[in-house]
Ligand binder design. Structure first.
Ligand code: NAD
Ligand code: UD1
Length: 303
């Protein structure tokens, strides 16, 4: 099985690539290293350092693939706000090209951001799509494109990740996932900054559970093509157990030595207040459930 992972040098992509290799797949990664790091890509992976907006690099990477996991994106909400034209090229146009050019199933990394501020919690897949910023709008367009595919099209599905965390998530940028930043800072005696009052909620899902969801939907699309229940469908990938940032800080504080200094800054532009998903659809369609609790996941990162 020849598998292409776009964005495979990133946080989720490197975990997925390692798992695919361990299952015996031949794995190719295309990544421009704008956020990823080849150091995280396991040995044995065929690496193409290139940009998905470059058609030649993309078609070279897609050549001979049996399935494409499309994870490459500007994954940060504020970075997309800062440069919507570039995120339009990467997150929107290149994604459309991948879906239309693929001769094999495509699994797309969609996002909870497409729902915007929820009108109902927990958020199921039929919740209104009302993204707040460019990142969410661009993800929503690709997600809708996939959900409207017909029986003659490329087999494809959209996985709507909530807030993914785990080992290997780069804490060094202010645009990284909040848990990696908080844990890194607290463990090194540095101050944590909370944007807003810290009462915003997030549904944090461990990367191993995300990888499992990618594998299950990917293998179903490979085996059954457009007859797969995943085809032209979307699935929430979440725990259904939201926590506030203040609660996260409390857990971290009780497991590091010394006091954790916390400061507050104004809430981020494009930030949503609450996020909590319902993953019943994925659980009832495939043999999936979240296995790692937030406490276990946090403790493994703190130890
Ligand atoms: P990440 O930033 O660690 O990984 C994304 C990778 O894509 C990086 O390695 C980056 O270098 C690469 N990339 C960016 N632009 C590129 C381009 N033009 N050409 C080639 N490669 C490019 O992010 P992640 O957390 O691993 O996220 C993976 C995917 O999941 C993204 O599509 C993201 O939007 C989506 N997602 C992530 C989360 C989360 O909480 N981490 C939640 C919802 C959705
Ligand atoms: C995250 C993902 C995004 C995904 C979305 C799905 C990252 C970088 N972004 O966005 O790809 O589509 O989940 O729900 O993984 N915060 C602080 N202090 C900090 C950093 C962040 O208070 O130092 C706050 C933010 O303002 C936000 C919350 O923490 O309210 C979460 O931020 P972040 O981890 O960047 O994720 P999302 O914006 O939710």
């Amino acid at each position: 099985m020849h598998v292409l992972v776009t964005g495979g040098a990133g946080f989720i992509g490197s975990h997925l690539s390692a798992k695919l290799l361990s299952l015996g797949a031949s794995v190719t990664v295309i990544d421009d290293l704008s956020a990823g790091d080849m150091g995280g890509v396991p040995k044995g992976v065929n690496i193409i350092e290139g940009c998905i907006t470059d058609s030649a690099s993309l078609s070279n990477a897609m050549q001979g693939s049996d399935v494409v996991f499309h994870l490459a994106a500007i994954a940060s909400v504020p970075l997309c706000e800062a440069d919507p034209a570039w995120s339009d090229k990467v997150n929107l146009q290149a994604s459309l090209e991948i879906i239309s050019a693929a001769n094999c199933p495509v699994i797309f990394a969609s996002s909870a951001a497409i729902y915007g501020e929820p009108v109902e919690i927990p958020i199921a897949e039929n919740h209104p799509i009302s993204p707040v910023g460019y990142y969410g709008q661009q993800k929503a367009t690709i997600d809708a494109n996939i959900c409207s595919l017909g029986p003659q099209s490329t087999p494809a599905c959209a996985l709507r990740f909530f807030n993914v965390y785990g080992a290997g998530q780069d804490p060094s940028s202010q645009y990284s996932g909040v848990l990696s930043i908080f844990i890194d800072r607290a463990s090194n005696g540095r101050q944590i900054t909370i944007f807003g009052d810290g009462e915003q909620t997030r549904d944090f899902i461990h990367v191993s559970d995300v990888v499992q969801a990618l594998l299950l939907t990917g293998s179903s699309l490979v085996e059954s093509g457009v007859s797969s229940p995943a085809h032209a469908s979307s699935f929430n990938i979440c725990t259904g157990s939201p926590v506030t940032l203040n609660e996260v800080v409390d857990v971290i504080s009780s497991h590091v030595e010394g006091d954790v200094a916390v400061s507050h800054e104004e809430g981020r532009e494009g930030d949503i207040k609450h996020s909590s998903g319902d993953s019943t659809k994925l659980q009832s369609t495939f043999d999936w459930k979240p296995e790692t609790s937030l406490t276990d996941g946090l403790l493994s990162l703190l130890s």
